[in-house]
Ligand binder design. Structure first.
Ligand code: HSE
Length: 332
């Protein structure tokens, strides 16, 4: 457990508010939302931010080129900047900044690592948004996603942005390309999201390793149809089309084997009126979308029932789409 007091003792205002040499010494606290990557058919290219759960982080700017990371939780994550996802993201920002600056960071994770709810993305995104705020917002949100992708590389071995972009921008995001980065926020009708997080850990790197490297043309055609249908459904507020398009013929059949109760949760939730859903990110969390809150609550009961029956510990959330992304919650 870290002692947050170590970095919270300084004054309320910028030490040297004027001139290039001055740095903003305020301690800022940010919240960083959980995210559902892939949105079933859009592997690595679609994602959505959730109102619950959210991580909390505190960041202070330093005038020496160091990055000090502490954890205020019990997850025992690495603190060396190069091995820590927030650290790797801040190193990229530091390099782009070309100034002698550093950061004190305290991370309090409420999004469990290995949950499939964008835990690593929340740490990287929270860190770079906080740092940028202290630097006077010199970088764009796209820049921040680019820096934070270095954190995803540490976490999963691959730079993907389908958790990061929604975490930073909020809402539902299409990442049309990552080289160069092309981020497209999508409008969508109101949706309720039910999530069950079975308390087993699935490492994203392992869940990527098991995927087949080649795809049958007929599967690709079905997947293209579903991605296009899902995006159109969001933009046209067409709930039926959203529901019909929430199908994944490529990734889900392979990964769902790692998740006990997956087929039962999906089938029973749809029978209860959910639009559809699937694996959240690389799992093991499962998410379902509903038009009405009442349906989302029924889906939660179904999820609880399935996991109680199987005898696997779990956590559930009934939440909605987070529209703000990483948010500054306190400055002192
Ligand atoms: N698109 C990534 C994957 C998300 O499914 O591997 C990881 O959270």
């Amino acid at each position: 457990m870290s002692d947050t007091k170590n970095i919270s003792g300084n004054g309320k205002h910028k030490d040297s508010p004027s001139g290039d040499g001055g740095i903003d010494r305020r301690l800022i606290k940010v919240s960083a939302p959980a995210t559902v990557a892939n949105l079933v058919c859009g592997f690595d290219i679609l994602g959505m931010a959730l109102n619950d759960p959210q991580d909390v982080m505190e960041v202070r700017l330093l005038d020496e080129p160091v990055i000090r990371i502490k954890h205020a939780d019990d997850y025992d994550l690495p603190v060396e900047p190069e091995k820590n996802v927030a650290g790797a993201a801040l190193i990229a920002l530091q390099e782009a900044c070309q100034k002698k600056i550093g950061f004190d960071v305290v991370i309090n994770k409420c999004i469990k690592p290995g949950s499939g709810l964008g835990s690593s993305a929340a740490s990287s995104a929270g860190a770079v948004v906080a740092a940028n705020h202290l630097l006077g917002n010199i970088f764009s949100k796209e820049d921040l996603v680019r820096f934070a992708m270095n954190g995803e590389k540490v976490a999963s071995g691959v730079k993907h942005a389908d958790n990061l972009a929604p975490c930073i921008f909020g809402g539902i995001i299409l990442i049309r390309a990552i080289l160069p980065l092309d981020i497209i926020p999508l409008s969508a009708p109101p949706l309720f999201v039910t999530v069950v997080h079975p308390q087993i850990e699935v490492k994203t790197s392992d869940a990527r390793q098991i995927l087949r490297k080649e795809v049958q043309l007929k599967s690709a055609i079905m997947q293209w149809g579903n991605i296009a249908g899902l995006v159109t459904g969001f933009l046209k507020n067409d709930y039926d089309l959203i529901g019909r398009s929430l199908e994944d013929v490529i990734i889900e059949p392979v990964r769902s084997i790692l998740i006990p109760g997956f087929d039962e949760v999906k089938m029973n939730s749809k029978e209860a009126g959910a639009l559809g859903g699937g694996i959240s990110g690389s799992g093991p969390s499962i998410f379902m979308l509903s038009k009405e809150e009442q349906t989302a609550r029924k889906v939660e009961a179904i999820m609880k029932n399935v996991f109680q029956k199987i005898g696997v510990e779990f956590k559930t959330y009934v939440t909605s789409i987070n529209q703000t992304g990483v948010k500054i919650v306190d400055e002192k």
